[in-house]
Structures are given as structure tokens and as C-alpha cells.
Design a protein around this ligand. Structure first.
Ligand SMILES: [Zn+2]
Length: 305
């Protein structure tokens, strides 16, 4: 069966149809309508109806969104497309579309995509990490997403930075989640650039800071070295718990090649093993992994059943 994936974002919704081999059959983007939940639903259902008409074959449907389905209430929570929070999107879609619908967090979809036929396809256990605006993640074991009673598997970005020390890591960093010194404040693209620019009164991008470090700029080099050390501490704490075969990095910061040269050494320093055999690799499908993972959700769910 053909597989429709929908990646719902704050500004656009992307639709992608894959065949059973993961080859693209159809792809289209539309703006997200956020004036009300009903307006959002009308827009989404029209989009799906158009795709069904264009493709002309039965479609399985998977959806990735920047939030989660609460396992107790089935309602959307923690979604930065705010109009969805508190609504039972899952039931509403099943009723309107008269077929099964699978919904997962967008970082989970990224991890699933990379584990099924991306950069993590050769590993049984894959931790997918987004280092972009935020610092999300998803865990895939034997091509199945790890899903728990809190719908937060892989949310390592809101653990406290391991070994946080004010001398080493600087002043306490409040996070939007209400806690202090979350990994996300140090490792995400946003946290990385904000902390550097605040300190120096500059306005550099993450790529510019890393490029300056590579050219030997003392301030940038010291800052980058600390970032790699903090990243290594953070990943080592995950490796010590789940021991993944592959860690796949996505999001803006994952495009910096220097990370793949320096991060494995930093991880090895902190992990509970003399050597670390976990591969750390760049995502194969880049920004397309979210929508690809959404498309894979129904068939991977069926494979587990
Ligand atoms: Zn946090």
C-alpha cells in the first residue's frame, strides 16, 4: 500500500507519499492554518482529500507534529502549534477520514525515518537527535519507536546538563520548560548561538562560530571546545542507559562536519567503557526525515503487531 506522511509544522504542512520501498510518489506543501482548531482541521482534511484524489489509490496515513498525544487522554499536548493542544486530533481524524491514522512526535518521526532506511539503517538500536531550534530526540529499537506512558521517550534535551558546574559551564541557564540548565540550553542551535552572542555582543550564526573556531579564533575555539565537551557528557549519559548502535544527528547544527570529527572523542571520555563503539553520523534525509518517518509510522506499527 502507498504511505502518506504528513509533517505538521507551525508554518507549513508537508505531505509525502512513499511506495513500499520508500520511493517518493507525490509531495506537496501547504501553509498551516492556525486561526482555530476547526479551521486547522478543515485545511488539513481538504489537503488529504486532494492527495487521495491525485494519487487515486488507498493510502495509509501517518502524522508527525511538534508535540505528543497524551497516552491517558489521547489529546494533543506540548505542541508548539498551539491550536492543537487539548484536542483529540487522533479520534477526530479517524472519524473524518474513516481509516486508521498514526500520530507521533516529529523528532520520533525523524528517528524512525533514519532507522528504517536512513543513516541508522544498519543498527538495531538508533537514537535520533535533532540539534536545531530545540534539542529533541527519539529512540527506535528494531525499527519500532519506543513509546512510553508519558510520551516523552528520547526527550533528552530537558535533562539537566550532566556534571553542570558554574565554573566550567557558565551561569545558570533557565529553560522554557521551567527547569534550569537543560541540555537544550547548551547543545541546541539556539542555545549554542545565543550564549556565544550574549557573551560577546555579537550576532554570529552557529556555522560562523564553528568556522571561526576552525580558523583558530581563540574565543570561538574555547567556546566550541566547551560545546563539544558538553555534547559528549550529554550523549554519554544516554549511551550508558540504552547503548545504541547508532546516534543520528539532524537539525541545523548537524551540518557542521567538525562535530563528527570531535564528538566521538568527547563521548569516549565520559562513557562507562574504555572504548565507545556507538557510531555518530549525520542524517541521510536531512529535513525530509520528519515527513518520511510519518509515512513509515503505519507500516512499522503493523510490522510490530
Ligand atoms: Zn528544559
Amino acid at each position: 500500500m502507498l504511505q502518506l506522511g504528513l509533517d505538521i509544522g507551525g508554518t507549513k504542512i508537508e505531505g509525502l507519499v512513499l511506495d513500499a520501498n520508500g520511493e517518493q510518489v507525490f509531495r506537496k506543501r501547504i501553509p498551516t492554518v492556525k486561526s482555530s482548531y476547526q479551521a486547522f482541521m478543515d485545511n488539513l482534511l481538504t489537503f488529504i482529500a486532494d492527495i487521495r484524489l491525485t494519487v487515486g489509490q488507498p493510502l495509509s496515513i501517518g502524522i508527525g507534529l511538534p508535540g505528543a498525544v497524551d497516552p491517558v487522554t489521547d489529546k494533543i499536548k506540548n505542541c508548539n502549534c498551539l491550536v492543537l493542544n487539548g484536542h483529540d486530533l487522533w479520534s477526530d481524524l479517524i472519524q473524518a477520514l474513516e481509516q486508521d491514522v498514526y500520530i507521533a512526535n516529529d523528532a520520533d518521526c525523524f528517528a524512525l525515518s533514519e532507522a528504517v532506511d536512513g543513516a541508522g539503517a544498519n543498527g538495531n538500536t538508533v537514537f535520533g537527535v535533532i540539534v536545531g531550534t530545540g534539542c529533541g530526540g527519539g529512540m527506535v529499537v528494531n525499527r519500532q519507536l519506543l513509546m512510553g506512558p508519558n510520551a516523552i521517550a528520547g526527550e533528552w534535551g530537558h535533562n539537566t546538563l550532566p556534571g553542570y558546574d558554574i565554573q566550567l559551564d557558565g551561569l545558570s541557564q533557565p529553560c522554557y520548560c521551567g527547569k534550569d540548565n537543560c541540555i537544550e540550553r547548551f547543545i541546541s542551535g539556539t542555545g549554542f548561538t545565543e550564549r556565544f552572542n550574549q557573551r560577546l555582543g555579537s550576532n554570529l550564526t552557529a556555522q560562523e562560530i564553528i568556522a571561526a573556531a576552525e580558523l583558530g579564533d581563540g574565543e570561538a575555539k574555547g567556546y566550541y571546545d566547551h560545546f563539544i565537551d558538553a555534547f559528549g557528557r550529554s550523549l554519554a549519559s544516554v549511551i550508558n542507559v540504552v547503548d545504541p548502535h547508532v546516534i543520528v544527528l539532524g537539525g541545523g547544527l548537524s551540518n557542521a562536519d567538525a562535530i563528527y570529527r570531535d564528538l566521538p572523542k568527547a563521548v569516549e571520555k565520559y562513557v562507562f567503557s574504555k572504548h565507545c563503539n556507538t557510531q555518530i553520523v549525520k542524517a541521510k534525509f536531512g529535513d525530509s526525515s520528519g515527513v518520511r518517518g510519518a509515512a513509515w509510522l503505519p507500516s512499522m506499527h503493523a510490522e510490530a503487531a
